[in-house]
Design a protein around this ligand. Structure first.
Ligand code: NDP
Length: 312
C-alpha cells in the first residue's frame, strides 16, 4: 500500500490509544492510515479479563475489546498496514514513515506505540525465552497445565498473572524482591488467599536453569543472604514495562526512561505536527481507558493543527 501521496495523518500503533485516535481522525474525514504492527492491538491482546473498561458491565477479554475498537475505526474509513515501522523521518514535513521497503508520507503523525514488558537481562532468561520463560501469562499460561511456575514481581501485573496462572498450573510461586507488594489490596488479597500460590519474599531471580527448557530458577534471599534453587517448569517476568520509542530517538524529546514528553494538557510532542498518546507518553496511569482518552485528544489536537496549517 505504498504510495507517493501525502496523507493527512499516519497513526503508528494500534492499542486503545491508536485505535481511538483512528476513530476520531476517521470521523473527522482525515482518512488515517494506521500502521498497526505485526502484533497489533497492544498490551490488551495479552490481557484476559478487562473488568474496568466502561460499557462492559460483565467484563470483556482484551482481544475482543481491541477487535471491537478496530472495527469501529474501520467503519469510518481508517486503513491498516499490519507491519512494523522500521524508521521515521521527522526532520521535515511531509514526515516519512518507513515500513520495510515502503515509505509513507504524511503531514501529521500520531505516535501510539505503547510500552513493552521488561526483562531482567539474564543470559539464560533470554536463551530460554519461549521455552519456559515468558512475560505474558495470558499468552503462555495454558502451556503449563499441571506444572509449577514462578511469577517475578510485586505489582498488579504480577498479582494478575499469578492468579490467572492458577487456572492451569498446579503450583504458582510469586517471587518478590521486597517484603511487601506494591499491588492494589484487592489483587494482593486474591493472591494471598489462593491455596495454589505461595509467596517467596525478599528474593531476587539470579538465574534461570535448564538446557532446552526451564527446569528451575536460582534465587538469592537478601535477608538470609542465601542462594537457593527451586525446581519448576516456567517463569513469568512481571517487573514492569518500557516505552517503545527506539525509532524516535534523537527526533522526539523523551524523559530519562524513554517515555515521550508531551506538552502539558495536550498531546503535542517536541516536533510540530507529531502527537503522542497512550502508554508511550504515560507512565503514570497506563490504563486502557486513559490511553483511549489521550488517543481522542491526539486526534483532536491533530485535526485542529492541520486546520491551522490550512489543510483539512
Ligand atoms: P509496576 O511497576 O507497578 O511493578 C513492577 C514490580 O516489579 C514491582 O513490584 C517491582 O518491585 C518489581 N521489579 C521491577 N524491577 C525489578 C527487578 N529488576 N527485579 C525484581 N523485581 C523488579 O508494574 P506492573 O506491570 O505491575 O503495573 C504497571 C501499572 O499497570 C501499574 O500502575 C498497575 O497498577 C497497572 N496494572 C493494573 C492492572 C489492573 O488493575 N487490572 C493489571 C496490571 C497492571 P518493587 O515493588 O520493589 O519496586
Amino acid at each position: 500500500m505504498s504510495d507517493s501521496a501525502v496523507r493527512s495523518v499516519i497513526i503508528i500503533g494500534s492499542g486503545p490509544a491508536g485505535l481511538t485516535a483512528a476513530i476520531y481522525a476517521a470521523r473527522a474525514n482525515l482518512q488515517p492510515l494506521v500502521i498497526e504492527g505485526e502484533e497489533a492491538g497492544g498490551q490488551l491482546m495479552t490481557t484476559n479479563d478487562v473488568e474496568n473498561f466502561p460499557g462492559f458491565p460483565d467484563g470483556v477479554t482484551g482481544p475482543e475489546l481491541m477487535a471491537l475498537i478496530r472495527k469501529q475505526a474501520q467503519r469510518f474509513g481508517a486503513q491498516f498496514v499490519s507491519r512494523n515501522v522500521s524508521a521515521v523521518d521527522l526532520s521535515r514535513r511531509p514526515f516519512k514513515v518507513t515500513v520495510g521497503k515502503e515509505v509513507f508520507q504524511s503531514r501529521a503523525i500520531i505516535v501510539s506505540t505503547g510500552a513493552s514488558a521488561k526483562y531482567l537481562g539474564l543470559p539464560n532468561e533470554k536463551r530460554l525465552l519461549g521455552r519456559g520463560v515468558s512475560a505474558c501469562a495470558t499468552c503462555d499460561g495454558a502451556f503449563f497445565r499441571n506444572q509449577s511456575v514462578a511469577v517475578v514481581g510485586g505489582g498488579d501485573t504480577a498479582m494478575e498473572e499469578a492468579t490467572f496462572l492458577t487456572r492451569f498450573a498446579s503450583k504458582v510461586w510469586v517471587v518478590h524482591r521486597r517484603d511487601s507488594f506494591r499491588a492494589s489490596k484487592i489483587m494482593v488479597d486474591r493472591v494471598l488467599s489462593n491455596p495454589k500460590i505461595e509467596v517467596i519474599w525478599n528474593s531476587e531471580l539470579k538465574d534461570v536453569l535448564g538446557e532446552d527448557s526451564v527446569t528451575g530458577i536460582r534465587l538469592y534471599n537478601s535477608v538470609t543472604k542465601e542462594t537457593q534453587d527451586l525446581a519448576l517448569d516456567g517463569v513469568f517476568l512481571a517487573i514492569g514495562h518500557k516505552p517503545n520509542t527506539e525509532i524516535f530517538k534523537n527526533q522526539l524529546t523523551m524523559n530519562e526512561t524513554g517515555y515521550l514528553v508531551t506538552k502539558p494538557k495536550s498531546t503535542y510532542t517536541s516536533v510540530e505536527g507529531v502527537f503522542a498518546c497512550g502508554d508511550v507518553q504515560d507512565h503514570v496511569y497506563r490504563q486502557a481507558i486513559s490511553a483511549a482518552g489521550t488517543g481522542c485528544m491526539a486526534a483532536i489536537d491533530c485535526e485542529r493543527w492541520l486546520e491551522s496549517q490550512g489543510h483539512d
